[in-house]
Design a binder for this molecule. Structure first.
Ligand SMILES: Nc1ncnc2c1ncn2[C@@H]1O[C@H](COP(=O)(O)OP(=O)(O)O)[C@@H](O)[C@H]1O
Ligand SMILES: [Mg+2]
Length: 434
């Protein structure tokens, strides 16, 4: 009954939140954690069992793929062009038939379904949007309901409800033609069309790939928001790692038809299981353990140095010129003696005059070798109750400082992957616009 199909709970009346609602925290690792959705049931929705596709008798496009996507998960298929992503997706809705192996949908061998009916129970969104130019927004959205024989009033009601869901005004947009919409709006309609009959499964093939970065970011946020509510099982193809990390509960990493790794984004960032994946992820995105970071990677390198015999006046001038509060004091051979700080030297100068030699001043003698681990530097800071320690090379020549202030930066840059804060604040500024 079409009338029943439109009143499935969780869809009816649901509104997309404004862009800012449900915003990802700028911190990336939290982002990945927050969006590991809790599953309602731990059941397989799409299961690939040794699935292969060979074109023309010899070209292996997909090679013995075995993987299970659970109910309510958003699984991203990622890999370079030609690695078999689209083929994999189209085998699920049987636009392409596997050469061997089986695909189970809801634990039923999907070759046992009628292919056309099966296809209609799965939403399908492609990069090229694929709206029919001569049909209105409302008609485009309800193509499948139309094929299913819904009444005109049911179709209109469903189209209005869906348009409203993406924060667009049904009164304005229902009867518009695709050419009257922006690219982003057209792709929203493409997503709505896929949701029209409330399918359990959504197949999305680089759905946001043709959009400008800001619009893409908005649609990603909206889909995440929508998915929080409707909990579809989504197979989402992309070749954009940022998109995969942002959207995926699970990531299927493919190369030349083979599944290389099938893990949560967090696990892939932590433990890419081969070189190719590590390269694909990019070094700057990897989650490093603090144990893997050396002091020299996070120290401040612009600290001037003066000999012990230098006067306080000159030492203070050196700091002022370098715009820092610290100066290294070194011996005749350039080796680290200690760190002097501006307030201490300033006070001493008031008491004793600026001609006093800096070697006579109270110095902070703590230093650490630059290739030591940052955890050791942190221990030293804590142990000495100091705000700063000197960093030296193997020959004890100063190379930089490590400060308490370094810590947040280390966490942001090194331990956690580079976050999308910049992108997000840009999106925030553009907040209200569609
Ligand atoms: N209909 C087809 N006939 C022959 N080869 C194909 C066909 N479709 C795809 N291929 C080949 O299969 C491989 C995987 O293609 P595809 O799944 O489209 O890759 P992706 O979506 O990852 O870019 C490619 O080498 C492609 O050229
Ligand atoms: Mg493709």
């Amino acid at each position: 009954m079409p009338g029943e199909a439109v009143s499935v709970s969780g869809v009816r009346g649901v509104r997309f939140q404004s862009l800012n609602a449900g915003r990802l925290p700028p911190n990336a690792i939290q982002k990945y954690r927050f969006f590991q959705k809790e599953r309602e049931r731990d059941t397989s929705m799409i299961r690939f069992d040794e699935v292969s596709k060979v074109f023309g008798g010899e070209h292996v496009a997909v090679d013995r793929l075995t993987a299970t996507v659970e109910d309510g998960q958003l699984a991203v298929i990622i890999g370079p062009s030609g690695c078999g992503k689209t083929t994999t997706l189209q085998m699920v809705n049987r636009l392409i038939e596997p050469t061997s192996g089986r695909i189970y949908v809801n634990e039923r061998d999907h070759s046992s379904f009628d292919a056309v009916k099966l296809r209609r129970t799965m939403g399908y969104v492609i990069q090229e949007i694929g709206l029919f130019p001569h049909m209105t927004v409302g008609q485009n959205i309800t193509i499948v309901p139309d094929l299913e024989g819904w009444s005109q009033s049911d179709k209109t009601e469903r189209a209005r409800e869906l348009i409203d869901m993406v924060g667009m005004d049904p009164g304005v947009y229902l009867d518009r033609y695709p050419r009257e919409l922006s690219g982003g709006q057209q792709q929203r309609i493409g997503v709505l069309r896929a949701l029209a009959v409330d399918p359990d499964i959504l197949l999305m093939d680089e759905p946001f790939g043709a959009l400008d970065p800001l619009t893409r970011d908005q649609l990603q946020d909206e889909l995440t928001d929508l998915q929080e509510r409707v909990k579809k099982t989504i197979l989402f193809v992309t070749h954009d790692m940022d998109e995969a990390l942002k959207m995926g509960d699970m990531i299927l990493m493919m190369q030349e038809g083979k599944l290389l790794q099938f893990e949560t984004p967090e696990e892939i960032l932590r433990n890419p299981n081969n070189e190719f994946i590590a390269e694909f992820i990019g070094a700057e995105r990897m989650i490093l353990s603090p144990l893997d970071v050396q002091v020299k990677e996070v120290m401040f390198a612009t600290v001037p140095e003066v000999r012990e015999a230098t006067t306080l006046g000159e030492a203070v001038r050196a700091m002022r010129e370098a715009d820092t509060d610290y100066v290294f004091v070194v011996d005749g051979r350039g080796k680290f003696v200690g760190l002097a700080d501006a307030p201490t030297l300033g006070e001493l100068m008031d008491e004793q005059g600026k001609e006093l030699e800096v070697g006579e001043a109270p110095l902070n003698p703590t230093c650490i070798e630059q290739r030591d681990n940052i955890m050791e530097a942190v221990h030293l800071l804590v142990e000495r109750e100091s705000d700063v320690i000197g960093v030296v090379d193997k020959g004890r020549r100063p190379t930089g400082t490590f400060t308490r202030g370094s810590l947040p930066r280390i966490l942001a840059d090194k331990v956690w992957p580079r976050d999308a804060a910049a992108t997000h604040s840009a999106a925030e500024e553009a907040g209200g616009s569609q």
